[in-house]
Design a protein around this ligand. Structure first.
Ligand code: ZN
Length: 93
């Protein structure tokens, strides 16, 4: 046993003899992964359970933009229709 040991207090009251990991404890005493740290790892973690992205900020803003665009074009069309009607009234008399 020359690798560094965990040394955590076990249920028997003795110290744990399992090999320690980088943080000084073994895999059973808090030595396991502390989660992704690199940008790639964090991104991979975020995307790991990604289903369709329907509620992602990106697609919500895209939908908002398209809805606004449709609203604007509807209003423009209404204005054009009103102008055409007004012109028709003017040309009649
Ligand atoms: Zn241990």
């Amino acid at each position: 046993m020359n690798a560094p040991r965990c040394g955590a207090k076990t249920r028997r009251g003795t110290s744990c003899k399992a090999p320690a990991m980088a943080n000084g404890r073994c895999r059973m005493h808090g030595g396991k992964s502390t989660g992704p740290r690199t940008p790639e790892g964090l991104e991979r973690s975020r995307k790991a359970n990604w289903k369709h992205g329907l509620y992602s900020a990106e697609s919500i803003t895209e939908r908002k933009f398209i809805r606004q665009l449709l609203r604007n074009s509807r209003e423009t069309l209404e204005q054009v229709e009103k102008n055409v009607e007004a012109e028709a009234v003017f040309t009649r008399f």
